[in-house]
Design a protein around this ligand. Structure first.
Ligand code: SIN
Length: 323
């Protein structure tokens, strides 16, 4: 194994066997199920530390049979960071400002027309239009279809290492513009336009960010939101983005998660992208999940240069005055 991410997975510092949780890896490159007891109760600091270490290594971790209330979900999130407002543009659950509703039909109020479907359509990293995208997201399954509705994640660190050295050297130098706009081929509703007018978010990020805790380089490309590469001609930009988007969604970098009511997925939003399911639109079943995101840092590129704001403000930790 030559990749840095695989090296991370074999890094002795991250391979101290946990003493307070059980970790069950799901693939060779990303994803592990964790047994850590009842997450509705306050977690011991050692348990929090071990889950954090597992998250750094496996990028997304899953818990089963945790039927949390919104308040318990918020308390769990606070053990790992500072929750933001549910979603800076699309709002939050009434009475629970840190909680964002992932309902089956949430896109119906945003987009119109047929998207141009490409292999990477729908893949994204949460809220990369912000200068400081969330550090992590914690998604809780509530109403889950009897079949269908799985979510995929991909490991952007192994994807970076999977590029050839000359291409890594080139993308290390690039930056790109991230914005909330409709998927290719679709338009937006008046409601979507108004929400984006009230809370505009457009940012420029390095295409490769460096993760402070591990030194990993991550291919920070978010297919739904990364619109163009700064400084390239439009055709060059589109063709390089298509190559990178196709690359990060290669199956060998991914894990697929089958939800049950009470399942939780907790991902490092700096080092992963994910895909919400599309098969649910062919089914008559409801699907309802709830997500909390943790405040993130401003990404920093290989050259030490941080991301920059084109429009909008950073996403702050939620406090009663910020809703
Ligand atoms: C999300 O994109 O955060 C939600 C993923 C899902 O619906 O499975």
């Amino acid at each position: 194994m030559s990749s840095a991410a695989s090296a991370l997975i074999t890094d002795p510092a991250l391979n101290v066997p946990p003493r307070h949780i059980a970790i069950h890896p799901l693939t060779g490159q990303i994803g592990a199920e964790i047994e850590a007891g009842d997450l509705s109760r306050p977690l011991a600091p050692e348990v929090v530390d071990e889950i954090r270490a597992a998250l750094l290594k496996w990028k997304v971790v899953f818990f089963r049979d945790q039927p949390l209330t919104h308040a318990q979900h918020v308390a769990l999130a606070r053990a790992f960071g500072a929750p933001t407002i549910g979603h800076p543009v699309f709002g939050f659950v009434d009475g629970h400002p840190e909680v964002y509703s992932i309902s089956r039909d949430r896109f119906a109020t945003r987009h119109v027309g047929e998207p141009l479907i490409r292999p990477w359509t729908g893949w994204h990293t949460d809220v990369t239009a912000a200068v400081n995208p969330p550090a992590a997201s914690i998604l809780r399954g509530d109403v889950i279809p009897p079949y269908g509705g799985d979510t995929f994640w991909t490991n952007l660190a192994v994807a970076y290492e999977g590029l050839s050295a000359p291409l890594r050297g080139f993308v290390d130098t690039l930056r790109g513009v991230h914005a909330f706009t409709a998927p290719e081929g679709q338009g937006t509703t008046e409601d979507f336009k108004e929400k984006n007018r009230l809370r505009p978010l457009v940012s420029e990020h390095p295409l490769v960010r460096v993760i402070p805790e591990t030194g990993e380089r991550v291919l920070f490309v978010s297919p739904s939101f990364l619109k163009r590469i700064t400084g390239l001609a439009p055709r060059e930009s589109q063709q390089i983005l298509d190559l990178l988007f196709e690359h990060i969604t290669r199956p060998e970098y991914t894990v697929r998660f089958r939800w049950q009511p009470g399942s939780i997925a907790f991902w490092d939003n700096r080092t992963t992208a994910h895909l919400a399911p599309r098969d649910i639109y062919a089914l008559d079943f409801d699907r309802q999940l709830y997500r909390i995101t943790l405040k993130g840092d401003v990404p920093v590129g290989v050259d030490g240069r941080p991301s920059s704001i084109i429009e909008g403000e950073p996403i702050e930790a939620f406090s009663a005055g910020t809703a």
